[in-house]
Design a binder for this molecule. Structure first.
Ligand code: AMP
Length: 302
């Protein structure tokens, strides 16, 4: 019997980030952590990742306190994955100063029986070979989705293209989409993606919102209009958390459900950028999500 959980593989990281508004050192981050902190509002989430023995207990406690299942979070001898980056006033572009894969270099996840029976799979940004190995172990998922970033497009492109053949939904940002496909025009990029496997293609454009292409339609949503943007790190992953979370509650993947999911994703991303790390999303309440969802309706109705 399949269970209704979302299985998410990705990074759990110590991030050092500088924005025009402040800085944070060795704070909790990583694609799987941001994703799970948002997706947990919709369905049970189980993460698959690895951290080193230096991973602070307070972060492990926080992840568990959020109700995220951590049986697939290995603790290994060595150093935790680290990412160091900064943003100038154009908060749409993270500039990477350093990526240290550390314990992820030798990570070979083996899923438990419970994880293999997950109904939904999200392959958050990490080495495409790790994403593929997780995907292969899941028995009969209702749908699968993946994200990536320029680091993997530049270092593991062949593996990423192999992975794309086997996922239903592909999410990435506009510059990654262009880099991967070699196409400048995003509508053409969508056709390129469809010819590689996925049926749904979500392009994240930071403060300019999201465009979601299916083979038959296209839907665009703005980002929520915020006065308080503090740190955009993890915005893409928290978008994915709201988006995949919302789809995991839908009866089918029709146009209406996809549009709703894009708005839930945008709501979670908007809360995420209000603070460093997971701080804002960790303190978020369900009624705040619904309130901003309703505000989005007013923002986009004409
Ligand atoms: P986002 O801002 O949504 O693109 O994601 C930012 C998160 O991705 C940070 O918390 C980083 O730790 C994580 N990250 C950065 N580079 C990589 C990478 N090469 N592989 C996996 N995760 C990464």
């Amino acid at each position: 019997m399949v269970n209704n959980q979302i299985l998410a593989v990705g990074s759990v990281a110590l991030d050092s980030v500088k924005t025009p508004f402040g800085k944070a050192d060795e704070t909790l981050g990583g694609s799987a952590a941001f994703f799970a902190a948002s997706a947990r509002f919709f369905s049970k989430v189980s993460i698959v990742a690895v951290v080193g023995e230096d991973f602070p207990k307070k972060y492990l406690d926080l992840i568990q306190r959020l109700g995220i299942k951590t049986q697939g979070l290995e603790i290994r001898k060595g150093r935790t994955f680290r990412w160091k980056g900064f943003y100038d006033y154009d908060l749409n572009f993270a500039k990477t100063l350093k990526t240290e894969l550390n314990v992820f270099q030798a990570f070979k996840p083996r899923l438990s029986e419970d994880e293999r029976r997950s109904r939904f799979v999200f392959l958050a940004n990490i080495d495409p070979e790790i994403q593929t190995s997780v995907l292969k172990q899941v028995k009969d998922p209702a749908f699968t989705a993946c994200d990536t970033m320029n680091y993997w497009i530049e270092n593991k492109k062949a593996g990423l293209l192999r992975l794309l053949k086997n996922v239903d939904i592909f999410l990435c940002n506009d510059s990654e989409a262009r880099e991967l496909s070699g196409e400048y025009n995003l509508a053409k990029t969508a056709q390129w993606v469809f010819s590689r496997g996925p049926k749904l293609f979500v392009i994240k454009k930071g403060e300019h919102g999201v465009i979601c292409f299916s083979k038959r339609s296209v839907f665009a949503a703005p980002a929520f209009c915020l006065e308080k943007v503090f740190d955009p790190t993890g915005a893409g992953d928290s978008f994915a958390g709201g988006f995949i979370g919302s789809l995991s509650r839908a009866r089918r993947l029709n146009e209406n459900e996809v549009r709703k999911a894009v708005i839930y994703g945008s709501v979670l991303a908007s809360y995420n950028v209000e603070s460093f790390s997971l701080n804002r999303v960790a303190a978020l309440k369900k009624n705040e999500i619904e309130k901003r969802y309703a505000e989005f309706r007013r923002l986009t109705r004409f």
